[in-house]
Write a protein that binds this ligand. Structure first.
Ligand code: PMV
Length: 301
């Protein structure tokens, strides 16, 4: 049996702006999905969603990986079992993590000889096939780990701080939110384009703040980025409550991570404030997850 795991991701800066080629900073975080694989008579896929064969309704991502790999390197059957600590559909990259961990598991079982670059790009092609459109960021960061400047794909220093994620548990559709920003930009290009480019500038400034380990300023700029995300219409009441409670509880900065409209926020936190921030996120109706950046992208466990 082979077990591979891959991490979730958060955006410190730049979601939505990155769709228009502005800069962003994305981190792999220490919340993982594990995929176990072994040879078997048939194809069996087991997760908290149920036990199936190839099934594009229940296990679309893993089914797509199974099918694609079978075409390239035929095998009889495998049994795959998935355990995940990443909440599904909340902007933390749960689908990317399961895709790259499954590819890595096949890579080791069938000795396919794929390097990390090919795992990431194969993973991106699977996400595109299932979702219609997908940015390459999630699969790249989940494969490589660490803190990554996008679109340059340059590794930056990891923040030596904690991250407290707050999950609103409100479903949000990335496609719909990206379309909402596109429509605003279409109607008010002279207003919205500079906002997106200012988000890109905050992200670039964030790169040097990470380098200098200036977390107070980094948090301040994350708050600025949050204001700009509100301005382009991707906030919601639940996210605002978690973000403001985190700041009141001492977060250095707090903002949406991912598409917004629900899903998760992320707070940058010093050790002494983690408990208070988690408590306030809970009191404000969210589910707190205390984590940090991990250099460990997809790996064999
Ligand atoms: O919510 P997520 O994790 O899928 O992130 C979406 C990030 C966007 O910038 C809004 C879209 C994208 O494809 O980059």
């Amino acid at each position: 049996m082979i077990t591979c795991s891959a991490p979730a991701k958060v955006y410190l800066f730049g979601e939505h702006a990155v769709v228009y080629n502005e800069s962003a900073i994305c981190c792999a975080v220490n919340i993982r999905t594990r995929v176990n694989i072994e040879y078997s008579e048939n194809i069996v896929i087991n997760s908290s969603l149920g036990t199936t064969g190839i099934d594009y309704e229940i296990h679309p991502y893993v089914s797509a990986v199974v099918d694609k790999i079978r075409k390239k390197s035929p095998y009889r059957g495998v049994s795959i079992s998935i355990e995940s600590d990443i909440p599904v559909g909340s902007g933390l990259g749960s689908s990317a993590a399961v895709v790259v961990a499954t590819i890595c598991a096949f890579n080791n079982l069938l000795k396919l000889g794929m390097d990390k670059e090919s795992i990431a790009s194969f993973g991106h092609s699977i996400e595109k096939e299932i979702q219609g459109a997908a940015s390459a960021t999630d699969t790249y960061v989940s494969t490589m780990g660490g803190t990554v400047a996008i679109p340059a794909r340059r590794h930056l220093k990891n923040p030596l701080c904690n991250l407290v994620i707050g999950n609103t548990n409100v479903f949000s559709s990335t496609g719909q939110l990206v379309a909402k920003v596109a429509s605003l930009k279409n109607i008010y290009p002279e207003v919205i384009t500079p906002i997106l480019s200012t988000i890109g500038k905050a992200s670039l400034r964030g790169e040097s703040l990470l380098e200098n380990e200036d977390y107070r300023a980094l948090g301040e700029l994350m708050n600025v980025n949050q204001g700009l995300l509100e301005a382009i219409g991707v906030g919601c009441d639940e996210l605002s409550r978690l973000i403001h409670s985190s700041r009141t509880a001492g977060a250095l900065g707090a903002k949406i991570t991912g598409a917004g409209g629900g899903g998760c926020m992320v707070a940058l936190a010093e050790n002494e404030n983690i408990d208070a921030i988690s408590r306030e996120i809970k009191n404000a109706g969210g589910i707190p997850i205390v984590t940090g950046v991990t250099d460990s992208g997809v790996r064999v466990d």
